[in-house]
Design a protein around this ligand. Structure first.
Ligand SMILES: [Zn+2]
Ligand SMILES: [Zn+2]
Length: 340
């Protein structure tokens, strides 16, 4: 089978590997769609991400496909099931798992980050990691389950209550999902702050009430008709936009720093300003226990993920997509390992 193997910083090769054989409790997924994530970009550039990736690993952790083989002892899935995969496999027995905080599992296995993942024609995964998708859900949509599950965890922690005013900074794929989740959480007013016109238009189409261009307008003034902002969700991951998030937050607001910075990036904050507003600063780490809710939102069409997919490309294009930010600028890129 064809697979994209990580060999080290800036070195990703498309190779021919043997088709995996599902072991005890595993299923073999024929991968039909696998999303390119910021985490893949970090790994490719040699940054230390959420987990250390050994050389020789097949990347890809946002994927969906069809089960073509089941290993011994599998009772919860069968050949022909169309599924998406939760890439984070918890041990279930460490102190964090037992304490209901499994995303800090001491023995976590990351499919596509610490073991072989979905940038390949096939991937063997534990049957506990697959979720059956609705008939109306395409593989491309289902590949968006993991990123949506991460956003959902962030939204849960942001604590939006019905009637809130929410500002989302950054209109990339994550920001577009956050706009929709803020709406679903009951926000009365949602604003997006984003310099690119097409992304502002997209957010308005997906339910934002206001879209502000920070390069052309004074953001605080532009937001003022919406009243005090109760929740700000930063989806860019740059110190400047994080500082902006704290500036536009109203009294008693929660600021969710969702965007991922480079590991060594520092943020300067003005504690006095935080003190005056009694701000709550929160962060959100991966997708604990949110995969099935995320899939429900996709299956029922409550969240439009298709709008966030920019392009589908063959596996051979992956090294280029990881190396060139311009190829990822318009939203999520999905790799189809069967596309010629
Ligand atoms: Zn991801
Ligand atoms: Zn554990």
């Amino acid at each position: 089978m064809k697979a994209a193997v990580f060999h080290g910083k800036g070195d990703l090769r498309i190779a021919e590997l043997p088709r995996p054989v599902p072991g005890e409790g595993e299923v073999l997924v024929q991968v039909m769609a696998c999303g390119v994530c910021g985490t893949d970009v970090h790994i490719y550039h040699g940054d230390e991400g959420a987990a250390r990736t050994p050389a020789g690993t097949v990347l890809g952790h946002e994927f969906a496909g069809i089960i073509v083989e089941v290993g011994p002892g599998v009772t919860t899935a069968k050949v022909g099931d169309r599924v998406c995969v939760d890439p984070n496999k918890l041990c279930g027995s460490c102190r964090w798992c037992l304490g209901g905080k499994g995303h800090f599992c001491e023995n976590m296995v990351g499919i596509g980050t610490t073991v072989h993942g979905g940038f390949a024609q096939y991937c063997a995964v534990s049957a506990s990691q697959v979720y059956e998708i609705a008939e109306s859900t395409t593989y491309e949509m289902a590949a968006m389950t993991e990123p949506l599950a991460c956003c959902l965890h962030g939204i849960d922690l942001a604590g939006i209550v019905p009637g809130d005013t929410v500002a989302v900074i950054g209109g990339g794929m994550i920001g577009q999902l956050m706009v929709q989740l803020a709406r679903l959480s009951g926000a009365a007013r949602v604003a997006l702050i984003e310099p690119v016109e097409s992304k502002r238009q997209q957010a308005l189409a997906l339910g934002a009430d206001l879209a502000v261009d920070p390069t052309a307008e004074d953001v605080t003034a532009a937001l003022s008709p919406l009243g005090p902002v109760q929740v700000v969700i930063e989806c860019v991951g740059k110190p400047a936009t994080m500082a902006q998030a704290m500036n536009i937050a109203g009294p008693k607001a929660t600021v969710m720093l969702f965007g991922l910075t480079a590991p060594d990036e520092e943020l300067t904050v003005l504690p006095f300003r935080m003190f005056k507003k009694e701000l709550t600063i929160k962060t959100s780490y991966i997708n604990p226990y949110t995969q099935s809710r995320a899939l429900s939102l996709i299956d029922t069409g409550r969240v439009d993920v298709s709008a966030c997919v920019a392009a589908c490309r063959p596996l051979e294009d992956l090294p280029q997509v990881l190396a060139d930010p311009a190829l990822r600028r318009d939203g999520k890129v999905i790799i189809n390992p069967w596309m010629e």
